[in-house]
Write a protein that binds this ligand. Structure first.
Ligand code: DC
Length: 235
């Protein structure tokens, strides 16, 4: 008979998809830490490609004509024990800050809608997950990247609540913002993510819905961790 410890040593993959500003990254980090897994932020990879194209003044038509251009982009996640976090590097340079800037945020939806970009990144995301023990968050993780993930979570929350959380976060960072603008941006991103032709945001049939409208970070973490442990226990 297997002992509890040896059972927990069996690793699974966890796919977290859902709407923007739902706290997918926060949940993914929580689960990766609790289980000792690797956290892969797939949105950060789309942001990295966007940053590269902006810096090198390459437009999307060029990428569509010659997808080989993308092969000059090397993306890695390296664990930083001081920050207790997997940081993203592009061509050996840390780009955590740069990918969160407004210019990147304004372009990333367009970049992530391009088939050639998706093919390039999905192939790498699949490779990251091959040895199990990965928590990956994004929009197409449970449907396209790791369709065989042992646990799939689809996160959602009321748009008003998501806008309030994002607004409070920006205010804490001393950014001048208008709540209605934040709400409008969230609604727009939901529409774009769900209506695009390439890999639209859809819930995988076997994903469990986690609506965190009335949940704290701690509560959602505990709920999802119990799901993960439940799956690992019956492996
Ligand atoms: O999660 P995020 O806001 O960092 O994602 C950035 C953009 O990338 C967003 O426009 C959605 C897109 N994205 C995607 O199309 N597929 C993924 N797997 C992850 C993100």
């Amino acid at each position: 008979m297997l002992t509890v410890t040896s059972k927990l040593r069996k690793k699974i993959n966890i796919a977290i998809d859902g709407h923007s500003s739902c706290g997918k990254g926060t949940l993914a980090k929580y689960l990766a830490k609790a289980l000792g897994y690797v956290f892969i932020d797939s949105g950060a990879m789309y942001r990295a490609v966007t940053l590269y194209l902006l810096r090198n003044k390459i437009d999307l038509d060029e990428v569509k004509k010659d997808p080989e251009i993308l092969k000059s982009i090397k993306i890695e996640f390296r664990f930083n024990p001081e920050k207790d976090y997997f940081e993203i590097f592009m061509n050996n340079v840390l780009i955590e800050q740069e990918i969160r800037e407004m210019e990147v945020a304004n372009w990333v939806s367009e970049v992530s809608a391009v088939k050639e970009v998706r093919d390039f990144l999905v192939q790498q995301q699949k490779a990251f997950a091959i040895n199990k023990g990965v928590v990956m968050d994004g929009r197409d993780i449970g449907t396209k990247v790791i369709p065989d993930a042992e646990l799939k979570i689809f996160m959602t929350a009321d748009p008003g609540i998501r806008a309030r959380r994002r607004f409070d976060e920006l205010v804490r960072k001393k950014k001048m913002v208008d709540y209605d603008e934040v709400l409008e941006n969230i609604r727009k991103r939901d529409d774009l993510d769900s209506s695009r032709v390439e890999s639209p945001l859809v819930k995988a049939d076997d994903a469990i819905i986690l609506d965190n409208t009335n949940m704290s970070i701690q509560e959602q973490g505990q709920v999802a961790l119990a799901w993960a442990k439940g799956v690992i226990a019956i492996l």
